[in-house]
Write a protein that binds this ligand. Structure first.
Ligand code: ASP
Length: 439
């Protein structure tokens, strides 16, 4: 049994957190490959080392004073090293980092040092081999991950290494320049390592006990999702639910490796298991509810629209011309409605309307702004009658007017459009009818 374990920034923010991580790793021999993030926040008001590194680099590379910030970063590591009683001195590393900052080695290089240094500390603490991610994770000249080369190199290097620490978040281009993933990218490194070694499990340790059925800012203490499929997760993540970096899914998904989201502060909690498919019955009819505010709908009406071949394409072409992607497109016999992100649309609003008039000569075009979309997601909905009925009666009881309904043919999700002002009420009502009532 081989497991890859990735620890997020809050799990490694202090010596105290490192000790919890050490215990977790030592309690299971199969936890052989460790991917650390940079030290995160120790409290709400604290700063992440990654953010400090960006600040420090921006100052150093423009000739502004940076020493104070660099000292702050150094202190963070020294506190961890002292707290763990390690015989490790990072002075030399810090001098090199400082030189490279002044020589403008790049913002990516700067940010990556958080993970690099934490990897050195972690390797020393565990007595595992340290493998610099710049030697095993590759990007092409355009800065896009080279999945094949990475997989080849990682599997070759790790084949003969029993236990190793590979820092998350970065790799290198062919010319050796350091390149990072987008923020939160250590999740992706963990996934690449898991794929390369054909891990039995990719454990992603964070500060929550898994995915919650809905946003805890909207519903008090929502239930944890025990098992979720990759497809369900995609639907929920798209609508704003975030715990895991989106790109972390693909490498392991292809290999059928499950991801287990775990809580470093509550190691006995089972967390959430993300799997390709499962015959395990979901605990509730629905798996999760997520949503986003800030959409706008453009309703295009024209008599006999349905018999005009190419009508839809011409309308969508106008959006494409302005680089606006559409989210949903419910239609009626003489109408079609396009949902877009308000922030993307606002700037081009009048040009798009004019473009639609020119393209299809509609009877009229009507806009409605400040709309929210809510996704109710669940593999259990397919086999259950009356799910949609329950959603809409719950919304009616909560006095929420439904603006739009869209059920994908996979029956995995139902998307509901409501006014921004009704967003919280709607999510609570749906949660109550499916979760509170089924508990
Ligand atoms: N340290 C990086 C960040 O703060 C990457 C990570 O933690 O995954 O985004």
């Amino acid at each position: 049994m081989k497991k890859v374990v990735k620890f997020g920034g809050s799990s490694l923010a202090s010596a105290r957190q490192f000790k919890k991580v050490g215990e977790i790793i030592r309690s299971d021999k199969s936890r052989r490959y460790v991917v650390p993030s940079a030290p995160g926040k120790r409290s709400d008001k604290d700063e992440k080392v990654t953010d400090l590194l960006y600040q420090c680099y921006d100052a150093a590379s423009t000739g502004a004073s940076y020493k104070k910030i660099l000292d702050k970063i150094k202190k963070r590591y020294e506190e961890i090293i002292d707290g763990l009683d390690l015989n490790l001195n990072l002075d030399h590393e810090f001098s090199r980092i400082e030189e490279n900052f002044v020589a403008r080695a790049g913002r990516d290089y700067a940010a990556s040092r958080g993970e690099y240094l934490n990897g050195l500390v972690m390797a020393q603490y565990l007595g595992y081999e340290f493998i610099d991610a710049a030697e095993v994770v590759f990007f092409d000249d355009n800065g896009v991950l080279d999945g094949k080369a990475t997989d080849r190199e990682l599997s070759e290097r790790l084949e003969h290494v029993e236990r190793a620490v590979i820092p998350g978040f970065y790799g290198a281009k062919q010319d050796g320049t350091v390149k990072t993933f987008s923020r939160g990218g250590s999740d992706v490194t963990g996934s690449l390592v898991a794929k390369a070694i054909h891990a039995d499990m990719y454990e992603n340790w964070t500060d929550v006990s898994g995915f919650l059925v809905t946003d805890p800012r909207l519903v008090e203490n929502p239930e944890v999702i025990e098992v979720i499929t990759y497809r369900e997760l995609r639907e929920l993540a798209y609508m704003g639910a975030s715990v895991l970096h989106e790109d972390a899914i693909f490498p392991v998904r292809k290999e059928g490796i499950p991801i287990n989201i775990r809580n470093t502060n509550r190691p006995n909690d089972k967390g959430t298991l993300i799997v390709e498919s499962t015959c395990r019955k979901p605990r509730f009819t629905i798996t999760g509810i997520a949503g986003k505010k800030g959409f706008c709908s453009i309703n295009v009406e024209k008599a006999m629209m349905n018999s005009e071949v190419g009508f839809g394409r011409k309308v969508l072409q106008v959006f494409e011309n302005y680089g606006i992607s559409f989210e949903h497109m419910p239609s009626g016999i003489d109408t079609m409605t396009i949902f877009v992100h308000q922030s993307e649309f606002e700037e081009y609003e009048q040009s798009v309307i004019a473009g639609i008039h020119r393209a299809v000569e509609p009877d009229y075009v009507e806009l409605e702004s400040d709309l929210a979309l809510i996704a109710v997601v669940g593999r259990g909905m397919k086999a259950t009658r009356g799910t949609a009925g329950r959603i809409f009666s719950a919304l009616a009881h909560a006095r929420v007017n439904v603006k739009m309904i869209d059920q994908g043919s996979s029956e995995l999700n139902i998307i509901i459009g409501v006014k921004n002002a009704d967003f919280e009420t709607a999510i609570k009502a749906i949660y109550d009818i499916f979760v509170t009532a089924e508990l």
